[in-house]
Design a protein around this ligand. Structure first.
Ligand SMILES: Cc1cc2nc3c(=O)[nH]c(=O)nc-3n(C[C@H](O)[C@H](O)[C@H](O)COP(=O)(O)OP(=O)(O)OC[C@H]3O[C@@H](n4cnc5c(N)ncnc54)[C@H](O)[C@@H]3O)c2cc1C
Length: 303
């Protein structure tokens, strides 16, 4: 019996949880690239996690926690192991000015919910196309706001199946950083503290940021957002333009004409096309400006 047969048999005993095989990850990433995952799990409640994660750990199967896939470059050969997808963890409760939501809810959905309930604070995040769990992991931010400003606590599940509640300071939120990047924690739910506001005012702010984003960023094309981290003292867009790489392409991948800090999937790009283009841009920017660019999205799987 192979290790994967043992995995199938043991996960199969968890009520309501199905183990799927050979799932194309390009369907689960905003870049629309990525080969198949050997195994794919869609937990719907905390008991699925507390039962399944220890099995994965015990069998030493490589795993990856997947939110909306908006900050990932997944290799064309896919992922050898199991993907734990949070997209079915979608419930939330609101108590006074606090919302506690499961990690699979998307930021724009949360912004809409809080706008309807006249709670202000999440407007900055309404255009970030990630899930709440991914936003916590990355301490996502935009237009002067970041998750750190709102997060009060989070419930996490460790790979040994332990459930813990972490305070904001234990989460160590910093520029594109959280403790989740160092520990084997799956964020199950997050509590955000908001302030009361007027629906029309909140809506106005969301619409304004939406227009700003759509006018400056290539939102109409598949991408993983900003492809490079902002180097201290510089902006990536101008650095890339100065290096003559705005509009450059490799295979189906292209440096956006609208915002040079984005690489877009223009024409059925492969992950390999994107990687090659990243290398070209890095090389030219270093040659012209002496700045070493660092990729922001995470590389996942086999290339
Ligand atoms: C067009 C576009 C614009 C963007 N603009 C911005 C922006 O303005 N600001 C910004 O900060 N980002 C931006 N991003 C990047 C991205 O949306 C954010 O980083 C987002 O927070 C990622 O969330 P996700 O659910 O897609 O995570 P994924 O891409 O699925 O995963 C990212 C990382 O988080 C981990 N993770 C996901 N969920 C969990 C969980 N529940 N528990 C533990 N770990 C988890 C994953 O394992 C992975 O390591 C943009 C992306 C795009 C495509």
């Amino acid at each position: 019996m192979t290790i994967y047969n043992i995995l199938s048999e043991r996960i199969g005993k968890i009520k309501g949880l199905q183990l799927k095989k050979n799932i194309p990850l390009k369907d689960y990433t905003t870049f629309a690239v990525g080969g198949p995952a050997d195994f794919f799990l869609k937990p719907e409640k905390i008991s699925h996690l507390t039962q399944a994660l220890p099995i994965i750990q015990e069998l030493k199967i490589p795993y990856f926690i997947l939110g909306k896939g908006s900050n990932l470059i997944v290799g064309d050969k896919g992922f050898r192991g199991i993907i734990i997808y949070t997209g079915q963890l979608r419930e939330y409760t609101i108590k006074e000015n606090r919302i506690t939501a499961m990690s699979g809810l998307l930021l724009h959905e949360l912004a809409e919910i809080t706008c309807q309930t006249e709670l202000s604070g999440l407007e900055f995040a309404s255009g970030i196309p990630g899930s709440l769990g991914g936003a916590l992991y990355m301490n996502a931010g935009a237009y002067g706001g970041e998750m750190k400003d709102l997060v009060k606590k989070a419930k996490i599940v460790t790979m040994s199946g332990e459930v813990k509640e972490l305070t904001a300071s234990q989460l160590e939120l910093d520029y594109r950083h959280s403790i989740l990047q160092e520990e084997d924690y799956l964020a199950y739910s997050v509590t955000l503290a908001l302030t009361s506001g007027l629906r029309e005012e909140i809506r106005k702010k969301i619409n304004k940021l939406h227009d700003k984003r759509w006018s400056k960023q290539p939102m109409e094309w598949p991408s993983a957002g900003s492809i490079f981290k902002r180097p201290p003292g510089h902006y990536t867009g101008p650095l890339i333009e100065k290096a003559g790489m705005k509009g450059a392409s490799f295979g189906g991948a292209k440096v956006s004409e609208k915002h040079a800090g984005f690489i877009i999937n223009k024409n059925n790009a492969t992950a390999e096309d994107i990687v090659q283009l990243i290398e070209l841009v890095k090389k030219e920017v270093y040659k012209i400006s002496g700045v070493e660019l660092e990729v922001e999205p995470r590389f996942v799987g086999e290339f």
